[in-house]
Design a binder for this molecule. Structure first.
Ligand code: ATP
Length: 323
């Protein structure tokens, strides 16, 4: 768990604090995404967790311990850190990069070698093919995979990611976001991600924290974030396509009705409402049958419309730091 208690930070000569009385809890095993305009204090917040930046007031706790009382070098060995683009040692092989923290911790060579291969496998890189390469012989996406493998090598319970996929092209990016997000959820890591990319936040976050001027404007699940923006600033940040974004997060099974329809196209119960709507618009159909989960169910265009309307005009959710 990561917890911020009344944390403020003002840099020398700054007109206002970069982070202003921040209270935030990231429960164990969940992913919290920090979003917000440039300069709102996201990276400063993240860097106070591993003491790259020290708060002026307040406390940051990791697994119940105030980080101010932990030696920064030891602290950082227990917290994975993934940065945009940079961060890999260019003159070291992929294996040496991944082995960095286990090496510092003095693991035996054999254990390190096995761990390196296991980590490369985990992030989808064939160890035999990639372990001896240098970072400059990798694509941007592969480099980021190595960065994640390195951050996870010593199995830290907490992972910090600052624009982790910022340097990756948009196509590879979507795949990386869902793959790495699934890996982190499976491993039960407590994760904080800083990003500019709203889609990344919606895809990877259990909770999204939108900041402005060093303070939290809204902290909510992706679904509630889209359904009930707290104010005009949040609604503006999300943009006009929030209804479609929200439909992309809901599976057709959530609004399906029991029954069967002759001749209707069959779709997976996991298909998103957005994709179902796309299919309906393309084919002219107003109903789709659900396939593959044993029960007989169908979804209608009206049900998708109702789901789209739900919350679209609702008042804002209260600002909250609890899930
Ligand atoms: N080391 C520093 N010295 C002085 N001012 C700093 C320092 N680091 C950050 N700041 C200032 O603190 C504020 C918050 O910066 P921070 O990097 O946390 O924002 P951010 O939300 O991560 O921005 P971006 O999205 O552009 O990375 C900004 O006004 C920035 O200029």
């Amino acid at each position: 768990m990561i917890r911020f208690e009344g944390v403020s930070k003002r840099f020398a000569d700054a007109a206002r604090p970069a982070v202003d009385h921040l209270d935030l809890t990231v429960p164990e095993g969940t992913t919290c995404v920090l979003l917000g305009p440039s300069g709102c204090g996201k990276s400063t917040t993240l860097r106070m967790v591993n003491r790259l930046i020290e708060p002026d007031t307040g406390r940051v706790l990791v697994d119940g311990r105030d980080v101010a009382g932990v030696d920064p070098v030891k602290l950082r060995r227990g917290i994975g850190y993934v940065l945009q683009g940079i961060g890999l040692f260019p003159h070291r092989s992929v294996a040496q990069n991944v082995a960095t923290v286990p090496g510092l911790l003095g693991w035996p060579r054999q254990r390190i070698a096995e761990r390196v291969d296991a980590m490369l496998d985990l992030v989808g890189l064939d160890p035999a093919q990639y372990r001896d390469r240098r970072p400059d012989a990798l694509s941007g996406g592969q480099r980021q995979r190595v960065g994640v493998a390195r951050a996870l090598a010593a199995d830290p319970p907490v992972l910090l990611m600052d624009e982790p996929f910022g340097a990756v092209d948009p196509v590879a990016r979507g795949r990386l976001q869902s793959e790495i997000g699934a890996i982190l959820a499976r491993l039960g890591k407590t994760v904080m991600i800083v990003t500019h990319d709203l889609s990344e936040g919606l895809l990877m976050g259990d909770r999204i924290v939108l900041m402005r001027d060093g303070a939290i404007v809204q902290a909510d699940t992706p679904e509630r974030f889209l359904a009930k923006p707290a104010d005009a600033f949040v609604a503006d940040f999300i943009g006009n396509d929030r209804i479609l974004r929200r439909l992309a997060l809901v599976a057709v099974s959530a609004v399906a009705l029991p029954g069967t329809i002759d001749g209707a196209a069959r779709v997976s119960p996991d298909l998103s409402l957005r994709d179902a709507l796309g299919l309906m618009l393309a084919s002219g159909a107003t109903r789709l049958a659900l396939d593959g989960d044993g029960s007989l169910r169908f979804v209608t265009l009206d049900a998708i419309r109702a789901a789209a309307r739900e919350g679209a005009d609702a008042p804002g959710a209260p600002v909250s730091d609890e899930p």
